[in-house]
Design a protein around this ligand. Structure first.
Ligand code: FMN
Ligand code: SF4
Length: 430
């Protein structure tokens, strides 16, 4: 894919303004759709495009939209998930900062397809600047008649509301996001009921990621067949934003076709390993919650199914590259500390287990590890997985299971030597 799609505007001067967005053909997809496409046909087009959610789970977007009730006797809501807090992930921020109207047009098209009365854009609390850019852009959209009452003379009303979160990773989980939006503590809810039956304020609701919604104007403008033609097969389609961080020369957000080889992302787009004398040791391809890949496993394509076959996931496409100087105990300790800190505390396996994982890892890392600690880590992770209200529990368990499975000798060596064997005894990793 030579052409930039999602990032086509980001280097233009004034890219965050309505004028520049319109000059590039912006809001034409909305105009065309409201001018004569039925909401059900928009859903069909999105189904046909093969678009799958970019927020982590990869659920087919058109199918999700079709779960909204057909009859309209209550308000319907679309929530745009801009909480982006998964470690290693920073693509939604780029879209909001550099092409806010693309996000808004995607929101409006999704809202129209589901006959929503309002779209709430829930933005991570720390994203103060992207929040301001989005707020300015929403005001411009209202002024030009793209949002609010009788949009573009179509008779359809839809409000677009920017809502700033308070800075909690858990509020990116869809039911926690709804609870937080309602003004309560951001605690996940037990499903069912699913959001399409009873979501925000008890009304039919659908939640989509920023990048997912940003794909929609292109699907409607250029056709679902065009979108489905990008990527390796009909289950893995479209342009994709990859976030590259860690030990590479050029970290950043890169756009490529779904299915980009991971080694091309690292070596071509990312300029190769940061230090020429420190080879690749491991890579976490989809944000910190997905299982780690060893260097030998990195000859894989970055799409939903290839990564699943490799025993990991595309997740949020936050690709973190680790070189030979990385202490895997230290890296896992850092990850586990994050999940322990972000657990909302509602369910015991997650609340207690994530804390135990972090403190056992601290012990092993400091050189005070006990002989049974490595097995204990796996046992705790196994008991968290699948036993919690939301997937944060799984997100905390998967890195532990995969790090220990693939780098067990390094964990055992920490225990046996009472110190870090990667960085050396003198240069402890703590
Ligand atoms: C703990 C946790 C945090 C999450 N954080 C985010 C997030 O920041 N952004 C996001 O889009 N999805 C996040 N998700 C996934 C959402 O629950 C939901 O699946 C997603 O927003 C659906 O959008 P999509 O279908 O467009 O991918 C998170 C899930 C969990 C379990
Ligand atoms: S799994 Fe963790 S974050 Fe999710 S509801 Fe339970 S305690 Fe809260």
């Amino acid at each position: 894919m030579d052409e930039k799609i999602l990032t086509r505007n980001i280097h233009k001067e004034g890219c965050e303004t309505l004028a520049v967005y319109e000059q590039g053909g912006g809001y034409q997809a909305l105009r065309k759709t409201l001018g004569g496409t039925a909401p059900a046909d928009v859903i069909e087009a999105v189904k046909k495009s093969g678009l799958r959610g970019r927020g982590g789970a990869g659920f087919p977007t058109g199918l999700k939209w079709s779960f909204m009730p057909k009859e309209k006797n209550k308000p319907h809501y679309l929530l745009c998930n801009a909480d982006e807090s998964e470690p290693g992930t920073f693509k939604d921020r780029l879209l909001m900062e550099r092409d806010p109207h693309l996000v808004i047009e995607g929101c409006l098209l999704g809202a129209y397809a589901m006959r929503a009365d309002a779209c709430y854009i829930y933005i991570r609390g720390e994203f103060v600047y992207p929040g301001k850019v989005m707020q300015r852009a929403v005001a411009e959209a209202y002024d030009k008649g793209y949002a609010g009452k009788n949009i573009l003379g179509s008779g359809w009303d839809c409000d677009v509301v920017v809502h700033m979160g308070a800075g909690a990773y858990i509020c990116g989980e869809e039911t926690a996001l709804m609870t937080s939006l309602e003004g309560e503590r951001g605690w996940p809810r037990v499903k069912p009921p699913f959001p399409a039956q009873s979501g925000a304020w008890g009304m039919p609701t659908t939640i989509n990621n920023v990048e997912t919604l940003a794909c929609v104007p292109f699907i409607l403008e250029r056709g679902p067949e065009w979108f489905a033609g990008i990527g390796p097969d009909e289950r893995n389609t479209g342009p994709k934003l990859f976030c590259l961080s860690g030990h590479v020369k050029r970290p950043g957000v890169y756009e490529a076709a779904m299915g980009l080889p991971l080694m091309d992302l690292i070596n071509d787009l990312g300029g190769g390993m940061l230090h020429d004398d420190r080879p690749l040791k491991a890579c976490i391809p989809g944000g910190s919650s997905v299982p780690v890949l060893t260097a030998e496993q990195c000859n894989v394509n970055l799409d939903f199914d290839s990564l699943q076959t490799a025993g990991t996931g595309l997740g949020s496409a936050g690709c973190m590259v680790l070189d030979s100087s990385t202490c895997m105990v230290k890296a896992l300790h850092r990850i586990s500390h994050f999940y322990s800190h972000e657990s909302c505390g509602q369910c015991t396996p997650c609340r207690q287990g994530t804390g135990w994982l972090a403190s056992i890892l601290a012990r092993v890392e400091s050189g005070a590890g006990r002989n049974e600690d490595v097995d204990l880590l796996v046992s705790i992770a196994d008991n968290i997985e699948g036993n919690t209200i939301c997937a944060l529990g799984d997100a905390a368990a998967w890195p532990v299971q995969s790090f220990v499975k693939k780098f067990r000798p390094e964990f055992q060596a920490h225990v046996d030597a009472g110190a870090c064997t990667i960085l050396g005894v003198a240069e402890s990793c703590t």
